[in-house]
Design a protein around this ligand. Structure first.
Ligand code: PLP
Length: 390
C-alpha cells in the first residue's frame, strides 16, 4: 500500500502512547504509579458535571454553530477581556475539540509550505508534528536550564522565511514562565518583523509565584498579530470533555472556523454547556487545585533535591518537574528512554523520557497526582538509583 508522505512522517504522541502502555499494565493487574499524565487527578467539579447532565436533559444534543454556542463564545470573550486584559468580541472566538485541534487549525491557516515557525525545545512535540503537517518547518531553539525563551534567542534564528513565533508559557514540559519584561521584547520583535504569534496559554491558571502575563495584552498591534490558544481541559479537570478555544484577529479566526466546518464541525454541545459553566461559575476549584499543586511541587523539590544525581529546575508553572538524569546515564542505561523503561520495569514507576520532548537526558514527572502517590514515587526513585549505583 502506498501511503501519503504526510502519513509516513507523522509521529504519534509519545506521551499518549506511554500512558496507554501504563494503562495496559494496570489492566493486567500491576500496580503502577503513573506520573506520565497531563491532567489533574481530581474529578470535574460537580457544578460543571451537572451543567453537562442538564444539557442532555434539556435536549441540547444537536449540532451547534461550528464556531461554538454563542453564549460560550461570549463567555470566552468576556474572560479574555476581563481576566487576560485582551479586549475581545465573540466574532474573534472559535471553540473547538480541545486546544490541540485549534493549534492544528491555526498552523493550517497561517503557514504555507516552506514557512518557518520558531519554537523552543524542550517542547511538547505535538507542535512540531502539527507544524510539519501544515507543510512548514519547525525552527528549533535549544534552551538550557532554566528553559526561558528570550527575544534574543528568537532573533538569532529569524530568517526571511519566519512566519510564526510559538510561545508556551507556563511551558510543558519544563514549567518555565516567560517574564513580562521578556514577553514585551518578544512582542516588539514580532511587531517589527510583521510575524504572527501563536501563544498556548493552557496552563495559565497554574502559575505559582507570579501572575500570568498574556502577550496579546501588551498592545493593540501585537493583539492583531496573536492567536491565543486555551481551553478548559487543564484548569477544570475536563480533559475528556474536549473543549478548547482560540482568540485572535477575525480574519484568521473566520478561516479557522471554515476549516473546522469541513473537519469536525462543532465540539460536543453537551461539553460546550459544561465549559460555559466552568468559565462563568465558581472558580474555587481552580484556586484549590493550584494550592494543592504548589504543595506537591514544593514537596517534590525538597525530596528530589536530596538525590544528588538528579538535577532539578524549579518549575514556575504547569504541573511538571523536568529532571536531568545526565549524571546517571552511561554504561548501564545509555539513554533517558532506556532509563525510564527500566524504572517502569523494576519499580513500576512511570515517567516520560526527555526524548518525548526532544530533550534527551531528562525525564518529566507530573505532580498532578496524590501526595500518597508522590511519596511512594520518591521512595521508588531513591531505591532505583541506589540499587543501580551498586
Ligand atoms: N497544550 C499543551 C502545552 C499541553 O500540554 C496540552 C495537553 O497535554 C494541550 C495543549 C492539549 O490540551 P487540550 O486537552 O485542550 O487539547
Amino acid at each position: 500500500m502506498k501511503l501519503s508522505k504526510r502519513a509516513l512522517y507523522i509521529a504519534s504522541s509519545p506521551t499518549l502512547a506511554l500512558n496507554a502502555e501504563v494503562t495496559q499494565l494496570q489492566a493486567e493487574g500491576q500496580s503502577v504509579i503513573n506520573l506520565t499524565s497531563g491532567q489533574l487527578d481530581f474529578p470535574t467539579p460537580t457544578h460543571i458535571k451537572k451543567a453537562g447532565v442538564k444539557a442532555i436533559e434539556d435536549n441540547i444534543t444537536r449540532y451547534t454553530p461550528t464556531a461554538g454556542i454563542l453564549e460560550l463564545r461570549e463567555a470566552v470573550a468576556k474572560k479574555l477581556s476581563k481576566v487576560n486584559h485582551v479586549p475581545t468580541i465573540p466574532s474573534q472566538v472559535v471553540v473547538g475539540v480541545g486546544s490541540k485541534q485549534l493549534l492544528y487549525h491555526a498552523f493550517q491557516v497561517l503557514c504555507n509550505p516552506g514557512d518557518e515557525v520558531i519554537l523552543a525545545i524542550p517542547t511538547w512535540t505535538t507542535y512540531v508534528e502539527q507544524i510539519k503537517l501544515a507543510g512548514a518547518k519547525p525552527k528549533l531553539i535549544q534552551l538550557k536550564p532554566p528553559f526561558v525563551l528570550t527575544a534574543e534567542k528568537i532573533k538569532s534564528v529569524l530568517s526571511k522565511k519566519t512566519k510564526v513565533i510559538l510561545i508556551n508559557s507556563p511551558a510543558n514540559p519544563t514549567g518555565a514562565v516567560i517574564p513580562k519584561s521578556e514577553l514585551k521584547k518578544i512582542a516588539q520583535l514580532a511587531v517589527k518583523n510583521s510575524l504572527m504569534v501563536v501563544t498556548d496559554e493552557i496552563y495559565e491558571n497554574f502559575c505559582f509565584r507570579k501572575l500570568s502575563v498574556f502577550i496579546a495584552s501588551l498592545g493593540k498591534q501585537i493583539a492583531k498579530q496573536t492567536i491565543t490558544i486555551n481551553g478548559v481541559s487543564k484548569a477544570y479537570a475536563m480533559t475528556g470533555w474536549r473543549v478548547g478555544y482560540a482568540v485572535g484577529p477575525s480574519e484568521v479566526i473566520q478561516k479557522m472556523i471554515s476549516i473546522q466546518s469541513q473537519t469536525t464541525s462543532n465540539t460536543s454541545s453537551i461539553s460546550q454547556m459544561a465549559a460555559l459553566k466552568a468559565l462563568t461559575g465558581s472558580q474555587r476549584s481552580v484556586k484549590m487545585a493550584k494550592e494543592r499543586l504548589l504543595k506537591r511541587r514544593d514537596y517534590l523539590i525538597k525530596e528530589l533535591s536530596k538525590i544528588s544525581d538528579l538535577k532539578l529546575v524549579e518549575p514556575e508553572g504547569a504541573f511538571y518537574l523536568f529532571v536531568s538524569i545526565k549524571r546517571l546515564l552511561g554504561e548501564k542505561y545509555k539513554t533517558s528512554e532506556e532509563w525510564c523503561q527500566a524504572l517502569l520495569k523494576k519499580e513500576s514507576l512511570a515517567v516520560v523520557p526527555g526524548e518525548a520532548f526532544l530533550a534527551p537526558g531528562y525525564f518529566r514527572l507530573s505532580f498532578a497526582a496524590s501526595m500518597a502517590e508522590l511519596k511512594t514515587a520518591v521512595k521508588k526513585l531513591r531505591k532505583f538509583i541506589e540499587k543501580y549505583e551498586n
